[in-house]
Design a protein around this ligand. Sequence first.
Ligand SMILES: Cc1cc2nc3c(=O)[nH]c(=O)nc-3n(C[C@H](O)[C@H](O)[C@H](O)COP(=O)(O)OP(=O)(O)OC[C@H]3O[C@@H](n4cnc5c(N)ncnc54)[C@H](O)[C@@H]3O)c2cc1C
Length: 491
Amino acid sequence: MKNKEHVVILGAGPAGLATGHELSVSGVKVTVFDRNNFVGGLCNTNVYKGYKFDLGGHRWFSKNEDLNNWFRRLMGDEVVWVERISRIYYDGGYYTYPISILNVIKNAGIFTIMYAGVTYLLSALQYSIFNRPIKNMKDAYVAQFGTKLYDMFFRRYSEKVWGLPCEKLSSDWVSQRSAGLSIWTVIQESLLKTKSDNESLIEEFMYPRDGYVRIPQRMAEDICVNSESNSVLLESTVTGIKYRGPNDFEVTYSDKEGNKTAVNASTVVSTIPLGILPRIMEPACDQKVIDAAKGLTFRALITVNVILKKDRVSIDTWLYVQDEDILFGRLHEPKNWSPAMVPDQSTTSLVLECFCTKDDHIWSMTDEEVGQRCVEDLEQKLKFIDRSEVIDFSCVRTLQAYPVYDLEYGEKIATIHEYLAGFEGLHIVGRGGTHRYNNADHSIEMGLLLGRKILGYDVDYMGVNTEPEYHEIKSSTDPKRDSYKLEEECN
Ligand SMILES: Cc1cc2nc3c(=O)[nH]c(=O)nc-3n(C[C@H](O)[C@H](O)[C@H](O)COP(=O)(O)OP(=O)(O)OC[C@H]3O[C@@H](n4cnc5c(N)ncnc54)[C@H](O)[C@@H]3O)c2cc1C
C-alpha cells in the first residue's frame, strides 16, 4: 500500500483503533470516525463524581503472548496485576468460579454432587457414545457438564444474559467459550490441586490502573502522534458508503449538528454493526442481504454505577448473580481492580450489569427506577449494603452490547459476508462489525492483523476467536501468531 492512500475506519472501539494503530505506525494515512463523544466503544470508563466505572468489569487476558507483549508496550507503567476472585450467587449460596467440585459439595451437599455425577455420566453416554447431535446451547452445556450442573451454573445466567431459552441459542457460544473445559479439568483442579506445567486456571490478570478505556485512549493518542494528517473524529456518525469501484469509496458522516460531509477513501474498515453496514451501502445491497442484516440482533445493557459510604463491599473481582428475582446479572467492585478507580479510599463503588433488550420491561424503566431496584436487591437479597450507605448512583444505557447467536445467525452472517466480498477494499472487523462474541483482546488482535493484511501481509485476521477453546485456561506453549511488530520496528 502506498502512503498517499487513505484508510477510513468506522468506529473508534478497540478493533477500529487497533487497525488504525498498525497502519499509522507504517505511515498510512488514517481517519477514524465514531458516533460517540469518546473513544473506546464498549471499553469505555465512565467518570461520575470522580469515581471511574468501566462498562462492566473488563479484564485484559489473551493466550497470545505476542499480543500480551504488544499490550505491555502500549500501556507502559499503567498496567496493574489484579488477583482474580470470581463467585456465582446461586439460590442464596456463593460458589467459586471457575467451578470447584469441593466448593459445590460444601455448598450444595454430597447428594447434589452425586446426582450431578449421574447426570454427567448419562450425558456422556448420549453425546459421546451414541453421538447424539448438539443442536443448541442447552445441548452443548449438557454434553459437557450433565443436566444438573447445567441447571445450577449455566442455564439461568445464560438466559438472563441473552433473554432467550438456551434451546433457542446456538451452541457456538459454548464452543467458543468453554471448549476444552472438561469436567475432568474441574475435578483435577479442585480435588487434586495439581497443575500441569503448561495449564492453569487464571488467577491473575492485567488491567490498566485508571480504567479499561486507557487502552483505546492510548491507541488513539499514538495514531494522532504518528502523523499530523491522521485524525480520530468523534460525534461523527457514518451514514453512507458509496462504492465507486475497487479501492475507491466516498464515506459520508454526519456531525452532532446534523451537517453531512463526504470524504474519499481507498480502503474502508467497518466496525459498525454488521446488521447496519449493508443498509448504508451504495449501490444498495440485494434485498436478501438487507433481510439477513435486519435479522442480526443485539442485547442491550444498563449499568448502574453506585457510590457507597463504606470502604469495601465484597472480595470479588466479579460476582455472577443467577437468581431471576435479582435485576442485575453481574457486579464488580472497581476498587478491587485498582484503588485509583475511587477518589476517596474510605468509600467504594459498585457496577451492576442489567441485561435487557431495547424497549423490554427493564429498558422501559426510568434510570431512577432501575437504580432504586438494584439498591433494594443489594440490600435485601444479597445483604451487601445498607441503603443509608448509598451516596449516589447513575445509570449508563448501552445498545448493541451483546451480539445474539440465535439458531440462524450463522446463515445470516454468511449471506452478508458473501455479498460484501464484492466491494473490493471494504473490510469488516470487531465484535459488532463481524457479529462475533469477541473480547477486547480478540477485537484488538483482529484489528492489528487486519492492519497487516491491508499493508500487504498474508494473514488470516478472520480466524481470530474462531478456534474452540476454553478462555479460562492459560497456555504457556509457543505463541500462535507472530505478525505483531517488534518494539524496535514500532519506534
Ligand atoms: C459488560 C461487558 C463486559 C465485558 N468484559 C470484557 C472483559 O472482561 N474483557 C474483554 O477483553 N472484553 C470484555 N468485553 C468485550 C469488549 O467490550 C468488546 O469486545 C470490545 O469493546 C469490542 O471492540 P470493537 O471495537 O470490536 O467494538 P465496539 O467496542 O462496539 O466499538 C464499535 C464502535 O463503533 C462505533 N459506531 C457504531 N456505529 C457507528 C457509525 N454509524 N458511525 C460511527 N461510529 C459508529 C461505536 O460507537 C463504537 O465506538 C465486555 C463487554 C461488555 C458489554
